[in-house]
Ligand binder design. Sequence first.
Ligand code: AMP
Ligand code: ZN
Length: 119
Amino acid sequence: MATEAQADCLFCKIVTGDVPATIVRETETTVAFRDINPQAPTHVLVIPKVHRPDIAALAASHPQIAADVLTTAGEVAAMEDLVDSGYRVVFNTGSGAGQTVFHAHAHLLGGRGLNWPPG
Ligand code: AMP
Ligand code: ZN
């Protein structure tokens, strides 16, 4: 079942604690942790605890949890003092857009100037 932990999924293992991560916030439905290869002074990944391969699949099956991901991203942005300076929330969706981990996740980036459009 899609909502159960996937044995071969890195982010499911972070949810269960089998893979360590620097967790900055955890809610009933989400986990936020620092990206292992940060692209900005703040680079936090926000994931649903349920396994879905991307944000569109999550929004289709669990719309409230998709909203929870955004709520947690906003809370972490406030915790990281990014509200005044601004920040970006990105969902790479599909390998052509740079998605490498197929468990839905938001990238929260901030703490430096961010160019537009992204590369
Ligand atoms: P994406 O390329 O959009 O799928 O994003 C996956 C992100 O996961 C990349 O930014 C990686 O640096 C990050 N990442 C991979 N392994 C880990 C890990 N063990 N802990 C934290 N972040 C990770
Ligand atoms: Zn997963």
